[in-house]
Every structure is written in structure tokens, then in C-alpha cells.
Ligand binder design. Structure first.
Ligand SMILES: C[S@@+](CC[C@H](N)C(=O)[O-])C[C@H]1O[C@@H](n2cnc3c(N)ncnc32)[C@H](O)[C@@H]1O
Length: 417
């Protein structure tokens, strides 16, 4: 079971190496130098022109002889696939246009790579744009991380600290290269990324910007609890069996998410509401600590929800500034909270917030992971809810995933006694 402190060294995604007969081909290429190796060309000629033939690291452009543009294009094609719901989407059978669009790849760069494989260093496995755009990205799944890192470090060796290469392409190449290397160094070292979340009963995927993790900013990563809770609230809105939807007339539904992090739960709720009812009749706050709110605002805009979703600071230890800004009587019909318990003080702070902000007929939806280390805090949370006349009316256990694998979760629906 995951301990939140493990955040800084989660297990790496396993890449299963595929067995190739690398040695023979490596020897041939390495003895060939700048001129195209005739024997290899003949071998390529003999090979079928079939698009399914696999490539390996030796098919990547030669670091020694290829131009920086060719290497840059290769590095862009080796970017990680889109991440959806904590999984890597495999980009199979995409059109050249789709690959260019998803990777922001300029056609003239791609043409340079094509001419490398078609003219400069002929390679039948990669002599069309379609083959290049499908096979090079797949290489991430086909060969070991070590082989790819070997390629990246040879690029670094050539271009790093070389004043002769001080141009825009080299700067782009080095930036792309450092991203490729750091993506292989665990979650903490990973560069910023946009992840996508696809939910049943929600038309569009939710993109969320996640900065690279620095200091203790746990809210810069999206956590597994929020995916489970998001699906739950979207399903409930979809089947319209949430108490608040019925018989409210024109009264606005007020929603508050506490400790939103990247904002998945609040933004899922808002997106489904918008899909069903437009942007009227609701007011929604996604909240967190000051360091987290800047990115949260960005995610509100990224999802085009800024017209009715506000990202604001609400510190559980000092909610006064939120109260001063938004009204003393401010109470909410819905409170959403995902993964708020990971220190001994959290149960008390979180229960204080529910007590303070839940409207008399409101409902709080809470999702927590069952971390072995925090059993005592979960028990304290249960007792404090009782002591504060907050009643758990529904409990559900489920299994979900996070970056490091399967996690068990507990959902609690809470109302006032
Ligand atoms: C484990 S993260 C969960 C984030 C998000 N709900 C999710 O599930 O992806 C816990 C969140 O609680 C926030 N948090 C911790 N202490 C807080 C406090 N005193 N006031 C407000 N938010 C706090 C953190 O900044 C972080 O965003």
C-alpha cells in the first residue's frame, strides 16, 4: 500500500524489453561510418516492405551524423503518450496529421527526418511519413528504458556545453532531451505534464495541468481518490438522483470542493452540470492552499469553466479570509473532498470545515484511500464526525488506481444529524 511520502520515489512504470537480435546489426552499423553500409542496405532491401516490421534503437538516427533537426524531430516523436486515467494511451495507427497535432510537430522537421531515412541513411522500415509517425513513438514500448537512455545520453554528450551549437534548434533539442531523460527518473523528477481524465457519462475528457512536483506541494498531482469520486458525482448528476437536483426551482446549487489539488472532482462536477443545465443556477468553488491555487485557476480555464467556477484560497487552519471575502452566511449544498487525510491534524481540520460550510440540508461526498499508515487518523475522522453531529449515511469500498498501481478506497456520504 502506498504511503504519501512515497510520492517522492514511486515505482517506475515497467517497460517490457522485447528481444531482438541486436548484436549483429549493431556491429554492422558501427563499422559502417558515414557511408551507408551496403550490406545493411541489402539486408533492408531483402526485408519486406511490410509496415508491421519492428524497429529497435539501432534504427534511430545516428547521433554522430544526423543533423540537429533530425535528432530534435526524433526526440519529439519519443515524447510520452497521452496519459488517460493514470494509464499511458498507446498511439497505434494514428495518421501523420494526428501525430503532428498531438506532439506539436512542425511538418518541415518531419520532412528532414524522412529525408534521413529515405536518402541519407536509407531504411525501408522507416522510409515513409506513416512508418516514421507510427513506429518511432511505439519504440518507447518496445525497447528497454536503458537502451533509450543510452541514446539520450549520447545526444547529450554531443550537444551539451558545446558553444559551436548555440542556435535555436539546439536549445529546443536540449530542452526536449532533458524532458525525455527526466521522464525516466521517477514521478518527482518528471517535468510538468497535462493528463487527461475520461469519465463515463461525461462527453469530454478533462485535461489537467500538473506542474513538476517540488517542495511538499501534493496538490500538483492528481490523486486516485479524485478519479473515483469524480466518476461517482458525474454518475449521480447523470441519473439526476442527487437530492439537490430535484425540486429546487430557481435556487442556485452551491458547491464547495476542499483541498482540490489539480481540481478533478470539482471540475468534473462543473463539466457535467454545464453539459446538463448550462452555466446558470450553480455556483462552484474549488479551493486549496495559496501555492496550489495558481495551478488550479489554470485548470479551470483549461476546461473553459471560468465563467462559473472560482478557484480560491481556503486554508483549513484559517478559513477566515475565505469567509470574509465570500460572506459569513456562506454554506454549501454540496461539499466534495478527495484524499484530505495524511497528517494527524487533518481529521480535525477537515471535520471543522464540513461543520462550518455544510448547509443544513447539504451533503458532503468524501473519498479517502485506505493507507495502512493512516488507520488511526481515519478512526479519528469517524469519531469527530459523530461528535459534530455529522452522520455517515452511506459507505462504499472500491478499488481504483493511481500512478503506482491498485489502491483501495472508501467513500462516505455525510449529512447533518
Ligand atoms: C493528497 S492531495 C489531494 C488533492 C486532490 N483532492 C486529489 O485528490 O487529487 C491533498 C490536498 O489537500 C490540500 N491541503 C492540505 N492541507 C490543507 C489545508 N490546511 N488547507 C487547504 N488545503 C489543504 C493540499 O494542498 C492538497 O492539494
Amino acid at each position: 500500500m502506498f504511503d504519501p511520502l512515497d510520492l517522492y520515489s514511486p515505482d517506475d512504470i515497467q517497460i517490457v524489453p522485447v528481444q531482438f537480435n541486436l548484436v549483429g546489426r549493431e556491429q554492422k552499423k558501427h563499422t559502417s561510418g558515414r557511408q551507408h553500409d551496403e550490406s545493411l542496405a541489402n539486408e533492408d532491401e531483402k526485408e519486406s516492405d511490410d509496415d508491421d516490421s519492428v524497429i529497435d534503437n539501432l534504427d534511430l538516427p545516428s547521433v554522430k551524423y544526423a543533423s540537429p533537426e533530425v535528432i530534435l524531430c526524433t526526440l519529439i516523436l519519443l515524447r510520452p503518450d497521452r496519459q488517460v486515467n493514470f494509464n499511458q494511451e498507446t498511439e497505434k495507427n494514428k495518421s501523420v496529421l494526428e501525430v503532428c497535432k498531438s506532439r506539436g510537430l512542425q511538418p518541415d522537421l518531419l520532412k528532414k527526418l524522412l529525408s534521413w531515412y529515405a536518402d541519407e541513411w536509407p531504411n525501408k522500415r522507416l522510409n515513409s511519413l506513416e512508418k516514421i509517425c507510427n513506429k518511432i513513438p511505439m519504440l518507447r514500448h518496445m525497447i528497454s528504458k536503458e537502451l533509450l537512455l543510452g541514446y539520450y545520453t549520447s545526444v547529450l554528450k554531443k550537444y551539451n556545453n558545446n558553444s559551436g551549437f548555440d542556435n535555436e534548434t539546439i536549445q529546443k533539442l536540449l530542452k526536449e532531451l532533458s524532458s525525455r531523460i527526466s521522464e525516466n527518473c521517477g514521478r518527482t523528477a518528471q517535468p510538468s505534464t497535462i493528463r487527461y481524465f475520461e469519465l463515463r457519462n461525461l462527453r469530454n475528457a478533462i485535461p489537467l495541468y500538473e506542474p513538476s512536483l517540488t517542495a511538499d506541494n501534493l496538490g500538483w498531482k492528481t490523486w486516485g481518490s479524485s478519479l473515483i469520486l469524480s466518476q461517482l458525482v458525474v454518475d449521480r448528476l447523470h441519473t439526476a438522483d442527487m437530492d439537490f437536483v430535484a425540486n429546487r426551482g430557481t435556487k442556485r446549487i452551491k458547491v464547495l470542493e476542499l483541498g482540490s489539488g489539480t481540481g478533478l472532482v470539482g471540475l468534473s462536477w462543473a463539466s457535467k452540470w454545464k453539459e446538463l443545465y448550462g452555466i446558470d443556477n450553480t455556483e462552484i468553488f474549488v479551493t486549496d492552499l495559496p501555492d496550489i491555487v495558481t495551478n488550479l485557476k489554470k485548470n479551470v480555464s483549461l476546461n473553459n469553466l471560468q465563467d462559473f467556477v472560482q478557484a480560491e484560497i481556503l486554508d483549513w487552519t484559517n478559513p477566515q479570509s475565505f469567509i470574509d471575502r465570500f460572506g459569513y452566511e456562506n454554506e454549501f449544498d454540496i461539499i466534495l473532498i478527495a484524499d484530505p487525510i495524511y497528517s494527524p491534524q487533518h481529521p480535525e481540520w477537515v471535520v471543522n470545515m464540513i461543520s462550518r460550510f455544510l448547509a443544513p440540508s447539504g451533503t458532503c461526498h468524501l473519498e479517502i484511500p485506505l493507507r495502512a499508515k493512516y488507520a488511526k487518523e481515519r478512526e479519528l475522522l469517524r469519531l469527530l464526525l459523530q461528535d459534530n453531529d455529522l452522520m455517515v449515511v452511506k459507505e462504499e469500498y472500491s478499488e481504483g488506481i493511481d500512478d503506482w498501481g491498485v489502491v483501495e478506497y472508501l467513500y462516505r456520504q455525510i449529512i447533518r444529524n
